[in-house]
Design a binder for this molecule. Structure first.
Ligand SMILES: *Cc1c(COP(=O)(O)O)cnc(C)c1O
Length: 346
């Protein structure tokens, strides 16, 4: 834990976000999507804290991801679902019982049945046309005899006000009682904000747990969880007319003091922050100057004559604002956070 850049991760904010989403989920249980290594924060750290907070349902994409947290979730009542279901190559892990596959295709259903079945979840496609079996296949009896914990579907446009949301919900409603599933689940983070009709028995937020704001209604109840910090590698002075960084995308019009930070686009501090991002130290705002490099970023430190080589600064990373500044989605900002950070839970 001695890297020149770190992610400060706020346990209280993560827990408060989950609690807020749990409240908004009404009588439905509130789970947590922890795929892509907990959206870049580190899945193990997220899962430990959310179990502590009371979360009982976790979602990853693949069996590798499931295996990496298996020892945290193995025992009832903590459930783990693998959203991409089971390929033939997954059946060895799938049979071990520490996670349920979310069966997405007729082939996956047949594969799971042939191996003896066991508790599973099923994804039904209600209009996104990404993953899932069709409502017609369900009506035709595809799932008969399966031990289904959760019958789920996924909203394509929950972060927008579109007729598609209600349409997906009514297709979901039509599946009530059609299978033996113990629970139904539809809403992701944005879906929770669409109201109680979308919550069913279990909600599956990801982004909002980590401080992402997919719909304005959620902004007042969500807190920033992730804050990148980077150490200063060198301080220097540009004279008027000097430029800085690749392709000289910033030229000083007057003398300016700059600091070079140990962070770049290889860490997920994307090139979109070029001449747009901001660092802070105390109350001082320290704008990014010039192009973000792979491993380095320059900031103006005119405001802080005392800031020196080895000192740390904090990057502005409130997700809605950082997304607007960088042109990256809030999801990409989180999941792009690289492996060079020390991840430090506060
Ligand atoms: C990723 C994912 C979620 C979480 O979505 P967010 O928009 O991050 O809240 C929920 N359900 C499924 C099926 C997913 O793939």
């Amino acid at each position: 834990m001695n890297a020149p850049l770190r992610l400060s991760l706020d346990t209280a904010a993560l827990v408060a976000n989950w609690q807020a989403l749990d409240r908004l989920s009404g009588s439905a249980a509130c789970g947590a999507a922890v795929k892509a290594d907990g959206y870049g924060l580190g899945a193990r750290g997220v899962v430990e804290r959310l179990i502590q907070a009371g979360a009982r349902d976790f979602f990853v994409a693949s069996w590798n991801e499931a295996a990496a947290i298996a020892n945290l979730v193995g025992e009832a009542p903590i459930g783990l679902s693998v959203l991409h279901g089971v390929r033939a190559e997954d059946m060895a892990l799938g049979g071990q019982g520490f996670a349920r596959p979310v069966l997405n295709t007729i082939e996956q259903v047949q594969r799971w049945r042939a191996a003896g079945g066991g508790a599973c979840d099923v994804m039904v496609d209600t209009g996104m046309n990404r993953l899932g079996v069709s409502p017609q296949d369900v009506a035709d009896g595809l799932l008969q005899g399966l031990t289904i914990d959760t019958l789920m579907s996924h909203l394509a446009c929950a972060d927008e006000d579109r007729a598609a949301n209600a349409q997906q919900r009514s297709r979901m409603d039509a599946l009530r009682g059609v299978t033996q599933a113990r629970r139904m689940s539809l809403a992701n983070s944005a879906g929770i904000a669409l109201g109680p009709d979308y919550a069913y028995d279990l909600t599956r937020p990801g982004l909002a747990l980590y401080g992402g704001v997919p719909r304005g209604e959620l902004a007042p109840v969500l807190q920033q969880v992730v804050t990148p910090q980077a150490q200063i590698l060198q301080r220097r002075v540009l004279a008027a007319g000097d430029s800085i960084g690749y392709n000289a995308r910033y030229t000083a019009t007057a003398p300016v003091e700059v600091a070079i930070l140990n962070i770049g686009y290889a860490d997920g501090y994307w090139r979109g922050f070029t001449n747009a991002g901001r660092a802070r130290s105390g109350d001082a705002v320290l704008p990014v100057l010039g192009r973000v490099s792979m491993d380095l970023t320059a900031i103006s430190v005119d405001a802080l004559p005392t800031l020196a080589e080895g000192d740390w600064v904090t990057l502005d990373f409130a997700l809605p604002e950082a997304s607007a500044l960088s042109g990256m989605s809030q999801y990409e900002l989180l999941t792009g956070l690289g492996s060079r950070f020390d991840r430090i839970w506060m």
